[in-house]
Design a protein around this ligand. Structure first.
Ligand SMILES: *Cc1c(COP(=O)(O)O)cnc(C)c1O
Length: 426
């Protein structure tokens, strides 16, 4: 499928006057349409709820849009809990799916009334000692081990992942939790990431639904919800076909009717914790070509670098690039598109065929709406960029300002040198 952008060169000419590049730009219309389609795809299940994975895009303005469609928050850390609380997502609208969890995180999760999803059987004791009781509603993360396959294709390797409990452990965990007063149970698993196939969720659902039937039978636990977690992916590459959420929702419904309904479990709610699927395609990184370099290869140097989008450097991930205004020009030039870090992996694209780029051109790096800004860092003293929302009416709204040197040096503010660093630049 041809990849298109949600912003034009003409719009960008206007936007950069107010917000200099680089910045992450988000598409309000796309976020809304997608959230609505997801809700509809699972509307057959009365208890259905999406808990947006906050770590993907921890911006309160964006999460507030999702909240309008009934989404809660899936948090994994103290600050993510704080963020959810601040935007009024509380109690059972927060799923706390953490691992290797610090005590203070459990304390805050409990204070906010979040649903706690335990990653390990040893966390039962740890939680009870930390918060002084076991919540009435509690969830456990399951890891079936082995390889997770869809028709002979290996999707991922749960047996090699640090998350979740074995079959024996989750059974024991349910027994212990029940004894300690838990009344409503949830089961959670995340077995493959960024899947671009309509089959992943229905296959995962089958594994979890059968597990739920077994756990109910063996422990007598009342299973309130099954959390399919994240993992629905997006087509980063032009040759990939996007998932069809209606087909996915319907596939899960069929497994529900096949496995849960005959077992008398037709009151189980389906939860999801999607991150990438909710936001990924609806964000882009806008950067300006500021240099070109001709050595053993052809380089285009841009004003963004890996601190603004780490995925290419970290995973060799593909992110499509459009040169704004040159959408219809032939891709006749082979470039490495690089940032300014003192790291040779700081490249947004390697040997990428693109239209001829002039200095001053805007490059639109696609699909940065999830796990983009949020994975940012400050290496080389680089500053995090702004985040800007492109609203449905075509206007823009600043939803996070760019960092300044004062932000970078803020953690020296309790020292003499901190005052000097800040004074010299303000
Ligand atoms: C990262 C994560 C998600 C979201 O994953 P996506 O691939 O962005 O959908 C959901 N749940 C948990 C527990 C996670 O760690």
């Amino acid at each position: 499928m041809k990849k298109s952008t949600f912003v034009t060169k003409e719009q960008l000419d206007h936007i950069v006057k107010e917000f200099p590049t680089p910045f992450h730009l988000y598409d309000e219309r796309g976020i809304r349409e997608n959230a609505k389609a997801l809700k509809e795809a699972f509307s057959w299940n009365p208890g259905y709820k999406e808990y947006f994975a906050v770590k993907a895009t921890p911006n309160p303005f964006l999460i507030n849009i999702l909240k309008e469609y009934g989404c809660g928050c899936d948090c994994s850390s103290y600050t993510e809990l704080m963020l959810s609380d601040a935007i009024g997502v509380k109690g059972g609208d927060i799923m706390f799916s953490s691992n290797d969890t610090p005590a203070e995180d459990y304390i805050l999760a409990d204070k906010l009334g979040a649903i706690i999803n335990l990653d390990d059987i040893t966390h039962i004791d740890f939680l009870e000692k930390t918060i002084g009781h076991i919540p009435e509603t509690i969830s456990c993360r399951f890891n079936p081990g082995g390889l997770f396959k869809i028709s002979n294709d290996i999707m991922d390797n749960p047996g090699d992942s640090k998350y979740g409990m074995t079959k024996a452990q989750i059974t024991e965990a349910f027994r212990i939790l029940k004894e300690k007063g838990a009344r409503q149970f949830g089961i959670h698993a995340f077995l493959a990431s960024n899947t671009v196939t309509n089959e992943y969720y229905p296959m995962l659902a089958k594994v979890l639904f059968e597990e739920a039937v077994r756990l109910k039978k063996e422990t007598g636990a009342h299973i309130k919800f099954i959390n399919l977690s994240g993992g629905i992916g997006i087509p980063y590459r032009p040759d990939q076909d996007p998932n069809d959420i209606r087909v996915i929702g319907d596939g899960v419904r069929r497994v529900y009717e096949e496995v849960l309904v005959p077992a008398g479990m037709d009151d189980v709610a389906i939860y999801t914790e999607l991150g990438r699927y909710m936001m990924g395609p609806y964000g882009c990184l806008v950067t300006t070509a500021i240099h070109e370099k001709h050595t053993y290869k052809e380089y285009i140097g841009v004003d963004a670098c890996a601190v603004h989008l780490m995925r290419p450097a970290m995973y060799g991930a593909y992110h499509h690039i459009t040169v704004a205004g040159k959408e219809e020009e032939p891709c006749t030039c082979k470039y490495d598109v690089s940032g300014s870090l003192c790291e040779n992996n700081d490249k947004f694209a390697i040997d990428r065929m693109l239209p001829k780029i002039e200095k001053g051109d805007y490059l639109i790096i696609h699909d940065t709406g999830a796990h983009g800004f949020s994975m940012g860092y400050n290496y080389n003293g680089k500053l995090r960029s702004a985040e800007v929302l492109l609203k449905e009416d075509g206007s823009t709204q600043l939803i996070r300002r760019a960092e300044t040197p004062a932000d970078y040096f803020a953690t020296f503010d309790c020292f003499e040198i901190g005052k000097k660093l800040l004074q010299n630049h303000l």
